[in-house]
Design a protein around this ligand. Structure first.
Ligand code: C2E
Ligand code: MG
Ligand code: MG
Ligand code: MG
Length: 283
């Protein structure tokens, strides 16, 4: 049983709580050193244009290769990074690395593609994200329209439009520079859709939970169809996430979904493998 004593409270946990807390503490301590020890990597997952079948962009996905803990999934360490504000430094590294890589592919003479970077809400609550992005672009000389930011529905819902430093005004400025804004995991967040007409957005990414059974489940089919139709009437483009089967792809093409991403095409892979894929499919 947890027991609190005094101001610098010592906590006595049950064995299980102790184990979890310990794991979490180890993760946190190791994560603090991950950047300086060069243990973080970006992998890239292709996004396919469904009309041309070419790679139109890639999503940068973070990987942590720890010498003892092994490969730690972002679903485990991103939440820790967010709670501890380490996401600020990590997010900066991700932005810089993704922009540098995208520029490097262009300099290798490969057909230019966009790079999508996930940003968490903590990154613009606790830091000057706008300046971080400007710095990443100017340091790498990547043109802004090759950068896409993936944000979540909750980030838009939390925004206070009356604030001068609202994310609304920041996203407007970013979009004016040519940067794309995509809403990630669309459909899993809040029910209010009013933000869709207020915010400067370019793309909706349909969450993979809807795509999974889109061919067998009538509700998922209806939701996916509705999201695509709504996006199009709002002049937004659509990416379907988690496309694993040919039948899902056919469903999406019939509904004029613009782009798809998923294991059917490729998992997230190291940069040099994207190079090979670009040579093969975007010649
Ligand atoms: P996300 O942004 O929604 O990324 C898509 C996730 O779905 C990735 O998992 C990807 O590997 C996986 N995925 C892609 N295609 C398929 C498919 O066909 N089937 C299945 N079952 N899964 C597929 P991953 O790489 O483990 O990333 C998990 C989450 O961690 C991401 O979800 C994102 O929210 C977060 N994340 C990853 N990198 C970053 C980062 O640099 N910054 C931040 N803030 N979050 C990140
Ligand atoms: Mg994403
Ligand atoms: Mg997603
Ligand atoms: Mg996700």
């Amino acid at each position: 049983r947890a027991k609190l004593e005094g101001k610098n409270s010592y906590k006595f946990f049950t064995e299980e709580m102790n184990k979890l807390a310990l794991e979490r503490l180890i993760l946190e301590n190791h994560l603090r050193k991950a950047l300086s020890r060069d243990e973080l990597r970006l992998f890239y997952q292709p996004q396919i244009d469904l009309k041309s079948h070419r790679i139109i962009g890639v999503e940068a996905l973070l990987r942590w290769q720890h010498p003892e803990l092994g490969l730690v999934s972002p679903d485990r360490f991103i939440p820790v990074a967010e709670e501890t504000s380490m996401i600020i430094a990590i997010g900066e590294w991700v932005l810089h690395t993704a922009c540098a890589q995208c520029k490097q592919w262009q300099e290798q003479g490969l057909s230019p593609i966009r790079v999508a970077v996930n940003v968490s809400s903590r990154q613009f609550q606790n830091s000057d994200l706008f300046t971080t992005i400007e710095n990443a672009l100017s340091a790498t000389q990547l043109k802004p329209h090759y950068l896409e930011l993936e944000i979540t529905e909750s980030m838009l819902m939390e925004d206070d439009l009356t604030q001068k430093n609202s994310s609304f005004s920041m996203f407007s400025q970013l979009q004016k520079k040519g940067i794309h804004i995509a809403v990630d995991d669309f459909g899993t967040g809040y029910s209010s859709l009013s933000y869709l007409k207020r915010f400067p957005l370019n793309t909706l990414k349909i969450d993979r939970s809807f795509i999974k059974d889109v061919c067998s489940n009538a509700d998922d089919a209806a939701i996916t169809t509705a999201i695509i139709a709504m996006a199009h009437s709002l002049q937004l483009s659509v990416v379907a996430e988690g496309v694993e089967a040919e039948a899902q792809l056919d469903f999406l093409k019939q509904r004029h979904c613009e782009m798809a991403q998923g294991f059917l095409f490729s998992r997230a892979v190291p940069a040099h493998e994207i190079e090979q894929l670009l040579k093969k499919f975007n010649h």
